[in-house]
Design a protein around this ligand. Structure first.
Ligand code: ATP
Length: 359
């Protein structure tokens, strides 16, 4: 009998990445064992450790090796602390761009007892990942930001029809599989051409999804409504910078950055699990980082690969882990301090694994 099989890269990243990425791998490994899913894990050098040992934060050969895998887990990157030397680059925009990972799927949901500002939140922000205002990825060479004189800085925002349409399609597909409700967030009252094009493409794609109810909200109004009535949203699609800000805001509603997972997907066959938060150098090495966002990002990767590759063992492992997370988070001893627990990274990881068998 052939055994379902995935190849997944492990890129720990920096700071708390060395704690939460191994936690995520342990949980996925345990879930996969229980459903007969075989995963070949391929650790790859990245970040500060790779700079010190190999002279680059994204060493030669990493992109080629990843291209042959089904997906990978990227831990948080502490690029702001990198020394200013050749080879010290921020790897994640390069990875997103190289693999065409144009949609960043960022769910926000509440679990009871975590000190969240709201109960009953269950929404997903789909953030365009590779264009918009982000100067490190919206051009093929140089930077989308430049200073023609000491007194003037220009930041360029790139919106394309193709980029807007493909992220819209990813969002509609998700909405179709969820509660069939999609909110397009933009500011076409001011960015008449840029946001205007984004909205036009969303409506064009909407014709292929007649069952999905679409509404539009201006970004500043959305920011306000998100903190007053987050339960009214389901799937939200928006441009890069708006999505960056709004997904952190959404995380704040449900317990903070430790509760903010993400999955980057594209048109290719590869996907990348990447939590929304940074490398949290202030708490690194203490064993107290909340591993939820990283575990859930990795779980989303396995679920997505399971659906994409038609592997029921992977879908089953993802669903088993999802239930285990809910059960573990109900126990304060299995929660880290940022979400009103008494445990640490290890206790939370072990709690989720123990809950895999507790039906
Ligand atoms: P970046 O710009 O790289 O995304 P950031 O400026 O958003 O980084 P983070 O590194 O995400 O900053 O940290 C912001 C705050 O959130 C810090 O106080 C950090 O300790 C906390 N934090 C981030 N992730 C976690 C986590 N997984 N568990 C607990 N606290 C976290």
């Amino acid at each position: 009998m052939s055994v379902a099989h995935l190849v997944i890269g492990i890129l720990e990243g920096d700071d708390i990445g060395h704690e939460i990425v191994p936690a995520a791998v342990e949980v996925i490994r345990a879930g996969a064992e229980r459903t007969g899913l075989r995963i070949d894990w391929r650790p790859m050098p990245v970040g500060r450790a790779a700079l010190d040992s190999l002279g680059s934060t994204l060493p030669d050969g990493t992109l080629e090796a990843l291209a042959a895998m089904d997906g990978f887990i990227l831990g948080p990157i502490g690029h702001q602390a990198y020394p200013r030397v050749p080879g010290a680059i921020n790897p994640h925009p390069i990875l997103r761009k190289h693999f065409g990972l144009f949609a960043n799927i960022r769910p926000t949901r509440t679990f009871p007892g975590l000190g969240a500002l709201f109960e009953g939140v269950d929404l997903v922000i789909v953030r365009e990942n590779n264009e918009g205002f982000q100067p490190d990825r919206n051009v093929v060479a140089g930077s989308g930001e430049f200073r023609p004189t000491e007194e003037v800085t220009i930041s360029v925002r790139v919106i394309t029809r193709a980029g807007s349409a493909r992220v819209a399609r990813a969002a509609f597909e998700l909405a179709q599989a969820r509660r069939r409700k999609l909110t397009v967030v933009h500011k076409n009252t001011v960015f008449k051409l840029g946001c205007g094009m984004f909205v036009e493409e969303c409506h064009r794609v909407a014709r292929d999804f007649p069952e999905v109810v679409v509404d539009e909200v201006i970004v500043d109004t959305f920011a306000m409504r998100l903190v007053r009535d987050p339960q009214s949203f389901d799937v939200v699609v928006t441009t890069n910078m708006f999505g960056d800000i709004l997904s952190d805001e959404a995380a704040g509603l449900v317990g903070g950055l430790g509760m903010a997972p993400g999955l980057c997907i594209g048109e290719g066959a590869i996907a990348m699990a990447q939590a929304t938060h940074g490398s949290a150098p202030d708490i690194a090495g203490q064993g107290i980082a909340n591993p939820y966002a990283m575990i859930e990002s990795a779980r989303m990767l396995v679920a997505w690969l399971g659906r994409d590759r038609g592997l029921p063992e992977a879908v089953a492992a993802a669903s088993l882990i999802q239930d285990a997370i809910v059960r573990a988070l109900a126990d304060p001893a299995c929660r880290t301090r940022d979400i009103l627990g008494t445990g640490d990274t290890g206790a939370m990881t072990e709690g989720v694994i123990a809950a895999l068998d507790a039906h």
